[in-house]
Design a protein around this ligand. Structure first.
Ligand code: SAM
Length: 290
């Protein structure tokens, strides 16, 4: 058997049968069974032997085998108890992999990066459980864990939302949050037949390369994200109305109008028409008002 050997559906089925594995819907388990897709993910993530890679949700270890071949060190965090003995078996030929049994949302990734990679930036690669895509990605960026890139399989619709700009129906708070921290690029569209069991929706691999410095200068990041949330919570309203009605903000209508005028926007503009730099300008104008 050549290495890596999972990804081939026949070998995957053999492992699943050997252990009598039962898929858990609540953990978003859709295992990859397409070697071309796996190779594309490895290529897009630009992993070298100098890299420490964090894999979220290794499943039976399919992608982990590819990562172990390409990277210096791999740590894989898996929540499902039943998969731990399987991973011990499927990964026994690689001595550069550590399997951690736990919930990624409760894992101290900062500590892991410090212990395993001396605090240097890590690469994250995953076929994500779709029920927690957004908290995982935003957690990685907002917690200021040293991350160089995040290459992940997500629902196609979510990948589109991360990559798009004003004028698209998919544009929203997630687009702006991701684009403040990273440069997104969809690197592959992946149909349901590349997984076992098949998901109901199409998927895509997106690579998020983290900026060393954010692309816009903001005096108060938290304020900017409050403005963004308020604008998209009521996306059909004008910016003035969404901001003055938001429970997260305490600006008067006049103050909002003043900031909008200072930025040179129309008083009738909707938040959904603003790009990241315009939200940054608005946040800076409002920060000065008080
Ligand atoms: N990487 C494998 C592959 O590509 O075949 C499996 C991907 S599957 C979409 C998602 C994996 O994440 C499952 O193994 C699931 O058990 C695991 N998982 C789900 N929630 C998790 C969590 N909170 N923390 C860690 N792993 C989780």
């Amino acid at each position: 058997m050549t290495r890596p050997y999972l990804g081939n559906p026949k070998n995957t089925i053999e492992v699943l049968q050997k252990y009598g594995f039962v898929f858990q819907k609540r953990f978003g388990q859709n295992f990859l069974i397409d070697t071309h897709v796996l190779e594309k993910i490895i290529k897009a993530s630009e992993i070298t032997k100098d890299d420490f890679v964090l894999e979220i949700g290794p499943g039976i270890g399919t992608m982990t085998q590819y990562l172990a071949e390409a990277a210096g060190q791999v740590a894989a965090v898996e929540i499902d108890n039943a998969l731990i003995p399987i991973l011990e078996d499927t990964l026994k030929e690689w001595n550069n992999v550590t399997v951690i049994h736990g919930d990624i949302l409760k894992t101290d990734i900062q500590k892991l990066a410090m212990e395993k990679n001396q605090g240097r930036p890590i690469k994250v690669v995953a076929n994500l459980p779709y029920y927690i895509t957004t908290p995982i990605i935003m957690g990685l960026f907002e917690s200021h864990v040293p991350v160089e890139s995040v290459t992940v399989m997500v629902q196609k619709e979510v990948a589109d939302r991360m990559q798009t700009g004003p004028g698209s129906k998919d544009y929203g708070a997630l687009s702006l949050a991701v684009q403040y921290y990273a440069r997104p690029e969809i690197v592959a569209n992946v149909p349901p037949n590349c997984f076992m069991p098949r998901p109901k929706v199409g998927s895509a691999v997106i690579c998020l390369r983290k900026y060393e410095e954010p692309p816009v200068q903001v005096k108060n990041e938290k304020l900017m994200f409050r403005l963004i949330r308020a604008s998209f919570n009521q996306r059909r309203k004008t910016l003035v109305n969404s901001l003055k009605n938001s429970p997260e903000l305490s600006y008067s209508k006049e103050q909002v109008e003043q900031a909008i005028a200072e930025c040179g926007f129309s008083q009738n503009i909707r938040g959904e028409a603003l790009a990241l730099e315009q939200f940054a300008a608005l946040a800076n104008a409002l920060a000065d008002i008080g």
